[in-house]
Design a protein around this ligand. Structure first.
Ligand SMILES: CC(C)(COP(=O)(O)OP(=O)(O)OC[C@H]1O[C@@H](n2cnc3c(N)ncnc32)[C@H](O)[C@@H]1OP(=O)(O)O)[C@@H](O)C(=O)NCCC(=O)NCCS
Length: 187
């Protein structure tokens, strides 16, 4: 898969040396603890095998968030869901690089690819109500909360709602002042 570059961030396919960072993100409760189904048991070797499997799946990718100042800081991923012409995305960035604007730019690049190149109708992401950074970043990018599973998860002994944030194709083009080449999107 190709790479996409913004001002601070380049999204690029993972390399073998990224497995260390990917494993550390998966083993840190602050960067994966929002997903309770993932025990902190990943090693760089396991990640390497997972990346090989992922590489065989169509319309799915994991891309490293590479930065000019800090090198690789995290990843974004997406997986398309054909029935709604949509994709679900995810993101994780190492805690020492939070608050530098990397997530906003990385997701913007991913949205550009998914709406403008893949022609999708909707892009969604799951998070938890207590994840203020993720919900705040999603809102700033123009995502709306479209579903809430009340008390869907328990983190650190506290109950949180699981929320689905999404953005519709028309909203993306309108908010970015861009021409939507596929108005109506078949709906
Ligand atoms: C969520 C995450 C990707 C954000 O990364 P980041 O690089 O810190 O985000 P950015 O600096 O690009 O953008 C942060 C934006 O989020 C919002 N934000 C940040 N902290 C916030 C808070 N405490 N309350 C409300 N909004 C907040 C702001 O809009 C901010 O933009 P601004 O600083 O220009 O106002 C990162 O915290 C992370 O990897 N978390 C763990 C994994 C995760 O939760 N993934 C997402 C859902 S599962």
């Amino acid at each position: 898969m190709e790479s996409f570059s913004g001002e601070k961030v380049t999204l690029r396919p993972p390399r073998e040396e990224d497995c260390e960072l990917l494993a550390s993100l998966r083993n840190d409760l602050r960067t994966q603890g929002w997903n309770q189904r993932l025990p902190p048991t990943r090693t760089p070797e396991i990640i390497k095998e997972k990346l090989k499997e992922l590489g065989k799946k169509p319309n799915t990718a994991l891309l490293m968030i590479d930065t000019k100042e800090d090198g690789a800081v995290g990843y974004v991923d997406y997986s398309e869901r054909p029935p709604r012409l949509g994709a679900t995305i995810g993101i994780s960035i190492g805690t020492e690089h939070w608050g530098k604007g990397y997530a906003l730019e990385a997701i913007e690049l991913l949205l550009e690819f998914l709406f403008e190149e893949r022609g999708l109708q909707v892009v969604s992401g799951w998070t938890l109500s207590g994840n203020k950074r993720a919900v705040g970043a999603a809102k700033k990018l123009g995502f709306e909360r479209s579903a809430r599973v009340r008390e869907g998860a328990m983190i650190g002994g506290r109950v949180h709602d699981t929320v689905l944030m999404d953005m519709i194709r028309e909203e993306y083009f309108e908010s970015r002042g861009k021409e939507n080449g596929m108005k109506g999107g078949g709906r």
